[in-house]
Design a protein around this ligand. Structure first.
Ligand code: SF4
Length: 352
């Protein structure tokens, strides 16, 4: 059981971040935001995958104005991602953004950041201070000899001070880097220095499967220490795949419990059934059952006692094209390999 770091409550639309709430899954669209239909379609797809909030790029006025129409058709909070031009942040807020993500260091001046703060206060929305290794202030780069973990954290802390001085505490923080070691170190340092919710991510992780593994290693190291209130796996891959990867990182740590988990053996010379084929066939059917369940698939009877006790259900290859179905360690019935998927789904659906 993971003990979460104490983090204060911050509201994003109708989602709450902080240690009293589930870790929120988020992602970002890949469409041109001003292409309203395409952006809505992608957000709805992400929603269906289990995304709790979605960010869109706002690189110009047309994109900022599109937020109003997008908001009408989606059901999760909408976050506007702003770089450089504070006027886009103001426009995004006026057009209904539920949160603004800025890197204050690239907004140009403290006066401009202050204008964003004042309008966010008026509209009662949160701001993510998204410090990023790729866009760190020059003086901090020079002081620390590059975008080190300490440099990222110093930037975030400086901005927290500025926001707090202007009585703004509706803050979420991130200190992302594409380097896992820097990223983990930065978040650990930052987690000790404040109690604002933290948005975790290994930025620009690359292409899957490596990107998913790299993200899981970095995010897992932090989540295991109770750090993280909202998470995004960012990979060069379709949005739905990124959301699934985020969900799976959380699921592996029992931090996401809205769907089942399959445990399957890697097989060896003792296997009596085609475990991989069976698992791939079972998975999509099982994921339609929206409750936490553990289903084990074992190629033979060697580990069946231990694994079937630990799982809610187990399928075990028993020879002659037959498998046994177990429930909480007790054998329920024998079924042919051909019929096993339909049979186990039927059993799971008929039991609570
Ligand atoms: Fe091999 Fe059986 Fe273990 Fe699977 S469960 S890895 S088939 S011994």
């Amino acid at each position: 059981m993971i003990t979460r770091r104490k983090a204060r409550k911050v509201k994003i639309g109708d989602v709450f971040l902080g240690s009293d709430f589930p870790i929120a899954i988020q992602s970002m669209t890949q469409t041109r935001t001003e292409n309203v239909a395409a952006t809505i379609a992608q957000i709805l797809e992400a929603e269906k995958e289990g995304c709790d909030m979605m960010r869109v790029a706002v690189p110009h006025l047309e994109a900022a104005k599109a937020l109003k129409e997008i908001k009408k058709k989606i059901h999760i909070p909408l976050i506007a991602d702003i770089h450089f031009d504070y006027r886009l942040a103001l426009e995004a807020i006026k057009n209904g953004a539920d949160k603004i993500r800025i890197n204050p260091g690239n907004i140009g001046s403290k006066e401009k950041v202050l204008e964003i703060i004042e309008l966010a206060k008026k509209y009662k929305i949160a701001i993510r201070i998204g410090v990023n290794a790729g866009s760190l202030e020059q003086e901090l780069m020079e002081k620390h000899g590059g975008p080190t973990a300490k440099a990222l954290v110093e930037s975030a802390l400086n901005w927290i001070k500025f926001f707090e001085k202007h009585k703004f505490t509706n803050i979420v923080l991130s200190v992302k880097s594409s380097d896992v070691l820097d990223c983990v170190e930065a978040y650990k340092l930052l987690a000790k220095k404040c109690d604002y919710p933290l948005h975790l991510g290994i930025t620009e992780a690359g292409i899957p499967p490596y990107a998913a593994i790299k993200s899981a290693v970095g995010l897992g190291a932090l989540l295991l220490e109770g750090i993280g209130d909202t998470v995004r796996v960012s990979m060069s891959a379709p949005v739905a795949e990124q959301v699934q990867a985020t969900k799976n990182v959380l699921k592996s740590l029992h931090l996401y419990n809205k769907e089942p988990e399959i445990i399957a053996c890697p097989t060896c010379g003792r296997k009596q059934i085609d475990v991989e084929k069976l698992a791939r066939k079972l998975e999509p059917e099982l994921m339609k059952i929206k409750r936490p369940l553990k289903v084990a698939i074992l190629g033979c009877t060697v580990n069946v006692v231990g694994e079937s006790m630990g799982a809610d259900y187990a399928i075990c290859g028993g020879g002659k094209g037959k498998c046994a179905i177990f429930r909480k360690g007790k054998i329920l019935k024998w079924v042919t390999e051909k019929n096993i998927v339909g049979e186990i789904i039927k059993i799971i659906k008929s039991t609570k």
